[in-house]
Design a protein around this ligand. Structure first.
Ligand code: UGA
Length: 435
């Protein structure tokens, strides 16, 4: 099928390359000529395992084309909208890019074609866009097909997702939309992927409620970490024990520095803002606590670092291992690790920070921090070691070797990812999160 994808960020670039991998003819559009040029040359503009391979394959096969010219979408049967919905100044989602993309697209969409929203939007957006689309192009249909990909697993999550959700209008238009999307995802459906057909508002809500649930789960275990810290209990053992209850489940119960990234933090804020607009703000009042618990983890680590350095970090050497919001990513948007790093620098610590992939993205936001090219370089002469992102490279460090590099053997394990016994045996004072 001929498909267009509007927006070539994390979501759009992966979606476009994955659609080509599934055998479709894809035209991918972005307003940023630099991004388009890089993608056209097979150069992924961010670190995402598996993306360079499917991108090169798609380019070599001729099944993908990158352009800044929206008119090239003409003739595609399905047009995916995958632009960003960043957090606006009030916490509500900024819909400028979605509105602009749909308006620009509308000029080239024909009757019997489908505009398929993938961006995360406040509930009600799709109905509004559907009205303007059908006024401009009678016979074209707007549907919502939310995306659940995780960074680091984005290709796998796009090609073999847990589930597909189609938000469609009722009647014949909805039936043709389902048929078109079934054709897009034929390979995925043949693998037995569950497919749920719902209305537009439900599809929008599925996405934000999934992220709100995940954020709540993480903040729940971090709240338990706060209690465990006071009473001397071990939150990891607690998570293992409650996680055996299948109704609770062990996944997303890792206490630590909390959630960051381009999705969970902004999505819970936008969801609250939307609920307030709808007059049901109380229903999501708990998300303010979820956010507050999450942000307290960062403050906690800064205070802990100060305590471990004798009350004042000024002039003390701090080795920071990890800047990305999670491993296997170079994304530092709302990253707890980068936030803590910048705060310690501001407090006067002499920080040496290292991330296997995110030094460059971190330096763009916090150029004042000193970044180094290896863990060893960061560790040399450190008065305190902070492990802030659980990259395998850090899990696998030999604590005996690290002990030989640092000035003082003290480590804060911000992600509870180190072998505590091995580090203690090597002479380290180890401070975990909620342990
Ligand atoms: C998240 C969701 O997991 C995806 O399903 C969703 O599609 C995506 O947002 C999105 O809306 O686009 P992602 O932001 O890639 O995906 O990252 P997650 O794997 O969810 O991790 C989010 C944050 O939570 C990270 O900072 C991670 O370190 C933290 N986390 C995760 C914990 O602190 N504890 C855990 O147990 C799990």
């Amino acid at each position: 099928m001929r498909i267009s994808v509007i927006g070539c960020g994390y979501l759009g670039a992966v979606h476009a390359a994955s659609m080509a991998k599934l055998g479709h003819e894809v035209v991918a559009v972005d307003v940023d000529p630099v991004k388009i040029e890089r993608l056209a040359a097979g150069d992924a503009p961010f670190f995402e395992p598996g993306l360079p391979e499917i991108l090169s394959e798609a380019i070599e096969s001729g099944r993908i084309r990158f352009t800044t010219d929206m008119s090239e979408v003409a003739g595609s049967r399905v047009h995916f909208v995958a632009v960003g919905t960043p957090q606006g100044p009030t916490g509500a989602a900024d819909l400028t890019y979605v509105d602009a993309a749909v308006a620009a697209l509308t000029q080239y969409v024909a009757a019997d074609e489908f505009v398929v929203g993938k961006s995360t939007v406040p509930v009600g957006t799709a109905a509004r866009l559907a009205t303007s689309l059908s006024a401009a192009v009678p016979g074209a249909t707007l549907v919502w097909n939310p995306e659940f990909l995780r960074e680091g697993f984005a290709v796998q999550d796009t090609i073999s997702p847990d589930r597909l959700v189609y938000g469609v209008p009722s009647g014949a238009a909805g039936e043709s939309a389902v048929a078109a999307l079934d054709e897009v995802y034929a390979t995925t459906l043949a693998e037995g992927t569950p497919r749920l057909v719902v209305d537009l508002a439900t599809a929008e809500l599925v996405k934000v409620s999934a992220n709100a649930f995940l954020a709540t789960k993480i903040s729940f275990i971090n709240a338990m970490a706060e209690i465990a810290e006071v009473v001397g209990a071990d939150v990891t053992a607690l998570a293992d024990a409650i996680g055996h209850d299948a109704r609770i489940g062990r996944k997303f119960l890792n206490a630590g520095l909390g959630f960051g990234g381009g999705c969970l933090p902004k999505d819970i804020r936008a969801f609250q803002a939307r609920a307030t607009e709808l007059g049901v703000g109380e229903s999501l009042a708990f998300l303010a606590d979820v956010d507050a618990i999450n942000l307290r983890r960062r403050a906690h680590v800064v205070t802990l670092a100060e305590d471990l350095l004798g009350g004042d970090v000024t002039g003390k050497h701090v080795a920071v291992l990890g800047l990305a919001f999670k491993p296997n990513s170079d994304d530092v948007r709302d990253s707890p690790a980068l936030d803590i790093t910048a705060r310690l620098h501001e407090l006067g610590a002499v920080v040496s920070a290292y991330d296997p992939e995110a030094n460059g993205t971190a330096a763009r936001i916090h150029p004042e921090v000193h970044y180094v090219d290896s863990a060893d370089e960061a560790l040399r002469g450190a008065d305190l070691v902070l492990v802030l992102t659980e990259w395998n490279e850090f899990r696998q460090l030999d604590p005996a070797v690290v002990a030989g590099l640092v000035e003082r053997p003290v480590v804060v394990d911000g992600r509870n990812c180190l072998d505590r016994d091995a580090w203690t045996a090597a002479g380290f004072t180890v401070r975990g999160m909620g342990r």
